[in-house]
Design a protein around this ligand. Structure first.
Ligand code: PDD
Length: 293
């Protein structure tokens, strides 16, 4: 069965799907993206991801390439053509293709819109049972980390450093030595006092759509979530830690910079939040949330 991608109006075999060499996404990283999980046929927080896509676009002076309803249709059609129930949906919008010039291209330049999907399984993952390890690295990104831009080289380098150290993810540190977030995930710790800490979502981090869902779950479960920065030293003392993102969902962290967190096993609170999140995605906990900056 061929695998399909969506490129500027057409569903194409994945192998043949491409954009022009002068696409501004390719030449300037002049584009934004979203990643949505599809779990057992349920799109996880599609509403929130489309809200954030619109906001990222507007922050860089672009508009939605298509009406939202059409985009929703394309997501479903691509999943259907690829016969996927458990998948990652990737969606990217760039300022289009034009002769290389730093200034924005002419108003009538067509934006590029591409979507790809790939199979992704969320059940019985070893990383959920065993947890993962992270290291901390300097955060060398720009000052608008709230925009989900495709300019991901600092995150690529951070992740690669983690892989070379034999761990799963890198948590990045700002100039004051506080953790901002993971290379592609938000960072959380549960203190010994029972407070769930995650950094305030301003321009320094991406306000995760999963993070928004977790904050609602914390209210329902009466877990005290506090938006507060924390240092690596504080994280080593935590009783639990986890990372969140569309693809990582809620992944327990069991060591940070080689320090065991809590018992060195996935924590109960983390697993409880994960369980609730799965129920939320599968429509068992009411409406999915909106996202706003
Ligand atoms: N990344 N922070 C960063 C830097 C991210 O790249 C991501 C997601 C998140 C979590 O956001 P959300 O919960 O909305 O997925 C936080 C995606 C998954 C990626 O780049 O593949």
């Amino acid at each position: 069965m061929p695998r399909y991608a969506y490129v500027n109006g057409a569903y194409l075999p994945h192998k043949e799907a491409s954009v022009h060499i002068e696409d501004r996404g390719f030449q300037f990283a002049d584009g934004v993206y979203e990643v949505i999980a599809c779990i057992h046929g349920h799109l996880a927080d599609e509403r929130g991801h489309l809200d954030r896509l619109k906001r990222s676009l507007s922050e860089v002076g672009m508009k939605m390439p298509l009406p939202e309803e059409t985009l929703r249709f394309i997501i479903r059609e691509l999943l259907r053509r690829n016969r996927l129930q458990n998948a990652i949906v990737y969606m990217q919008v760039t300022r289009g293709s034009a002769r290389r010039d730093f200034a924005f291209p002419a108003e009538n330049t067509l934006q590029s819109l591409i979507l790809t999907t790939w199979p992704f399984h969320y059940d019985n993952l070893p990383k959920m049972e065993k947890g993962v390890s992270v290291i901390t690295v300097p955060d060398i990104r720009w000052k608008r980390r709230d925009i989900k831009t495709v300019a991901l080289l600092p995150q690529v380098l951070a992740k690669q450093k983690a892989i070379e150290k034999g761990v799963h993810e890198a948590w990045m540190l700002d100039d004051e030595g506080y953790i901002t977030e993971g290379s592609a995930s938000n960072a959380w710790i549960l203190t010994k006092e029972g407070l769930l800490l995650t950094r305030k979502a301003d321009n320094d981090i991406l306000r995760g759509v999963t993070r928004t869902a977790i904050s609602k779950i914390c209210m329902d479960l009466k877990i005290e979530m506090v938006e507060q920065s924390f240092t690596p030293a504080q994280s080593y003392e935590a009783s639990e830690a986890f990372m969140s993102s569309a693809s990582a969902v809620i992944t327990p962290i069991v060591t940070i910079d080689g320090h065991n967190i809590g018992t060195g096993k996935p924590g109960d609170v983390t697993l409880r939040i994960y369980e609730e999140y799965r129920a939320y995605v599968e429509g068992l906990r009411g409406q999915q949330l909106r996202w706003s900056a």
